[in-house]
Design a protein around this ligand. Structure first.
Ligand code: ARG
Length: 458
């Protein structure tokens, strides 16, 4: 380990075990690029404000850019307490004593808060891109299936026939909300803490507008105490990720069910399936299961950070260093899961006939029968009872509603006419639900174009 930034105050160096425990470089080196960006902006501002000479600021900026090139060429990032100490140490090694002036009017507290905001900002962009790609895959499936029918479930019991495109659109709606959430999170976090220094602001004549502009922040923070200790934006990212994982996990559950032998609605192609080490016949849905499983660690990250934040006295406390591992792990997990699922959804194939047959089972058009009566003046509660009795009779006789004759319908209620035989069909049932968001072909098509339109806004 190199000397600490704070060694001056101490007689003896930190013991090796304490040093290893205290360090964050093994994980905060992910902040390498944003830390350089923020330092370059800071040094530029110090030069422009006359706090450093233009010459000093220029040398510092050049040194920092060189460090970026060194890292790209494979320079190991190690041997320091954290990424901030590492970069400062490298700078001093490169340009000498001028490098020691970089930390003027700055603390690691506002530095790390700024770095994290810059990093999470691009993580929000990456999440939005990955979600867009996943929605693209779902739209592919939806466009293919506007004329396909499948059972819609409530309580995992067949409820009503639905349009297959309407099914895929439902997930697109969820992921669109996730995009919107990440985008709102991004907008809220786009405030610059730099210039807050350790906690109380700084006595140097800094110009925070210069750094704000250089780093592309929308505003500068208005309270230094809050700015150095605020990690709301990390918690928000973790919440956005948690909810996106919840949606993904539901899609996983459907995938696992729908590709099972019992359902048989979809096939996962071989390149995205796994086998069993003992049962030669098996084709397992390991990927959706893993994604569903990883949802747990993302929730864990959110709860972990919320617990870290809770009860912290103002302002900065080292506890806040604990925001990083959970955040980085979540970012990696989320992007991996979204990526693998987009690939999977592009590749699954649909067993159209199996889904169609299943859509007609379980008396799934019973609501249409009840609605038929209600639309002809029978109070809905009575219509419900008449239809319930018809279903019971069908069960006893081993028949389907679609298989009943007009006489049998008329025996249940004189209100039934010839057209009930058409109404009770699976396709008529789906087509009848032409309300916005419904299961008709037209409504499903509208759903697709509405999703595409809203997606284009991001
Ligand atoms: N590694 C630290 C963190 O992540 C950097 C800030 C250190 N600040 C301090 N006052 N010790 O929070």
């Amino acid at each position: 380990m190199k000397n600490k930034l704070w060694q001056g105050r101490f007689d003896t160096p930190l013991s090796a075990d304490a040093d290893a425990f205290n360090q964050s470089l093994t994980f905060d080196q992910k902040l390498f690029d944003v830390d350089l960006d923020a330092s370059i902006a800071h040094a530029t501002m110090l030069g422009a404000c006359g706090i450093l000479t233009e010459e000093e600021a220029k040398r510092i900026c050049e040194g920092l850019k060189e460090i970026r090139r060194d890292a790209a060429a494979g320079m190991p990032v190690s041997g320091a307490e954290d990424i901030h100490s590492f970069i400062e140490g490298e700078l001093v090694e490169k340009i000498g004593d001028t490098g020691k002036k970089l930390h003027t009017a700055r603390s690691r507290n506002d530095q790390v808060a700024t770095d994290m905001r810059l990093y999470v900002r691009s993580s929000c962009d990456a999440a939005i891109r990955a979600l867009k790609d996943l929605i693209g895959a779902l739209l592919l499936r939806a466009r293919e299936s506007v004329h396909y029918l499948m059972p819609g479930f409530t309580h995992l019991r067949k409820a009503q026939p639905i349009n297959c495109a309407q099914y895929f659109n439902a997930y697109s709606e969820m992921f669109l909300r996730d995009i919107d959430r990440f985008s709102a999170c991004r907008a809220r976090l786009n405030v610059m803490p730099l210039g807050s220094a350790a906690l109380a602001g700084t006595s140097y004549p800094i110009d925070r507008e210069i750094t704000r502009e250089l780093l592309g922040f929308a505003a500068v923070s208005q309270n230094a105490l809050d700015a150095v200790s605020d990690r709301d934006f990390v918690a928000e990212y973790l919440f956005c990720a948690s909810l996106a994982m919840a949606h993904l996990s539901r899609l996983c559950e459907d995938t696992i069910l729908y590709t099972s032998e019992e359902f048989g609605y979809w096939n996962i192609p071989d390149e995205y399936s796994t086998g069993s080490s003992i049962m030669p016949q098996k084709k397992n849905p390991d990927l959706p299961e893993l994604v569903r499983g990883k949802t747990g660690r993302v929730y864990g990250a959110l709860v972990s950070l919320l617990t870290v934040i809770k009860g912290l006295p103002l302002a900065y406390n080292k506890d806040l260093q604990e925001d990083k591992e959970v955040f980085f792990d979540t970012e990696t997990t989320l992007l991996q899961c979204l990526g693998i699922y987009a690939a999977l959804m592009k590749k699954i194939t649909l067993n159209v006939n199996v889904m169609y047959d299943a859509a007609g089972e379980g008396f799934s058009t019973a609501t249409d029968v009840a609605d038929y009566l209600a639309k002809r003046g029978v109070p809905f509660r009575d219509a419900h009872a008449v239809t319930g009795k018809l279903v019971r009779d069908c069960i006893a006789a081993g028949k389907k509603l679609e298989g009943l004759t007009l006489e049998e319908f008329k025996a249940a209620s004189p209100v039934f006419e010839e057209d009930i035989l058409e109404t009770v069909k699976v396709r008529s049932s789906a087509e009848a639900r032409n309300s916005v968001g419904g299961s008709s072909v037209k409504a499903a098509r509208q759903g697709i174009s509405s999703i595409k339109k809203r997606l284009a806004a991001y």
